[in-house]
Design a protein around this ligand. Structure first.
Ligand code: 9MR
Length: 370
């Protein structure tokens, strides 16, 4: 239904400058027709509900699932938070509990407790799970990073980690962020233990192992500052073409969407998403938040609303953008103030879970497209 609504965007002047329905609509034959991975039929999801005023209800019929990162401590302790996760979202991403340091705190000793709880919560609420993340330079266990493993040992450890984790969640995770943040801003490969020991082919290996463990899961690359056309997204574009030419099962390009209004909003997002879309690749916004220097004022709030909507519109204007996920929906649990001094208010709801203009803007944009 998504493309019938592009006229609505244009009519109300919301379309991104330079876009047209024709350029957003890459032909009628979908390069994804018949593709198996990511079929939601065997997973929970798309539960029909009446319009209860939620984001989830607004997103229905748009072809884009709306999701949030979930803080598992908050989910256990905070009933209004828990109710909002269930009410507002189609998909959930564990903010931390599927990361290697959490799932394998000691070599060979797995702890799936918190991740399993999220999967069960998602099932109860007819939500899909985005798994996050399999190979990354951060949040790895110290037993892994502080030992002097040989390249062969590191490769075996990475292979086992991916086969075991994806295998544990086989049939329960809709999409995986397989490789996270593998490029620098200038498009060169990020210097990580994986690159140093294994060379750049560790990325292709990671996708092959993930596919082997769950052939139906959608497998994504994922990064930040790759929303617009720039050296980093160019590097991803080249990598995707190279991986696909080599038959590597890569299905999606994830753009985290951590924006900050004081740096301005990226202005080539739609062009960037379109070029990946035209390759037949799924795209997704995976970790959207829009921070600001505190205190907030009306102009900053307006800029933030525009930031959230800019990314959502780009998603709605292409054929294969499958989800739009916020990295937490309430300022009560956002990672931002702890990392960026003097910044915050980055999510669509305030600390009392009251919707901000950004929330209303997202709802309106979904409704226009639905
Ligand atoms: O939000 C996450 C925060 O709680 C963790 O402390 C942090 C550790 O690196 O990771 C945060 O999530 C990151 C995500 O996994 C990858 N993209 C950037 C996110 C924000 O830092």
């Amino acid at each position: 239904m998504r493309f019938g609504r592009i006229a609505a965007f244009l009519a109300v002047g919301l379309a991104v400058a330079g876009s047209t329905p024709a350029s957003a609509h890459p032909g009628s034959a979908s390069p994804l027709a018949g593709a198996q991975p990511g079929s939601a039929s065997s997973l929970a999801g798309a539960h029909p509900r009446s319009d209860d005023g939620s984001l989830r209800a607004a997103a229905r019929g748009t072809g884009v699932r709306v999701g949030t990162a979930v803080d598992m401590a908050a989910l256990a302790a905070d009933d209004p938070y828990r109710a909002a996760v269930a009410r507002e979202f189609d998909t959930v991403t564990p903010e931390n509990v599927m990361k290697w340091e959490v799932v394998e705190p000691q070599p060979g000793v797995y702890d799936w407790t918190a991740a399993d709880q999220l999967v069960a919560f998602a099932r109860e609420n007819h939500q899909l799970v985005r798994g996050h993340t399999l190979v990354w330079h951060s949040q790895n266990p110290s037993w892994l990073t502080e030992a002097n493993y040989t390249p062969a040992q590191l490769r075996a450890l990475l292979r086992k980690h991916i086969l075991d984790e994806v295998g544990h969640f086989k049939g329960k995770v809709w999409a995986w962020d397989v490789a996270n943040e593998v490029f620098n801003e200038d498009g060169t490969p990020r210097d990580t233990i994986w690159l140093r020991a294994l060379g750049p082919n560790y990325i292709a290996d990671a996708f092959r192992w993930a596919h082997q463990a769950d052939p139906k899961a959608l497998l994504f690359l994922n990064d930040y500052n790759n929303e617009g056309v720039n050296a980093k997204s160019d590097a991803y574009f080249a990598l995707v073409k190279q991986l696909r030419a080599a038959g590597v099962p890569v299905h999606g390009y994830g753009m985290q969407g951590h924006l900050a209004i004081q740096y301005g909003l990226p202005d080539t997002v739609l062009t960037n998403v379109q070029r990946f879309d035209k390759l037949g690749l799924r795209t997704a916004f995976t970790e959207v938040d829009v921070r600001m220097l505190l205190p907030a004022d009306a102009a900053k709030v307006q800029a933030q609303t525009e930031g959230f909507n800019l990314l959502l519109r780009a998603c709605l204007l292409v054929r294969h953008c499958v989800s739009y996920t916020v990295w937490g929906f309430t300022d009560k649990y956002s990672w931002v103030p702890g990392v960026f001094d003097g910044q915050g208010s980055a999510t669509p709801m305030d600390e009392n879970l009251q919707p901000k203009p950004a929330y209303e803007g997202l709802r309106e944009t979904f409704l226009l497209a639905g």
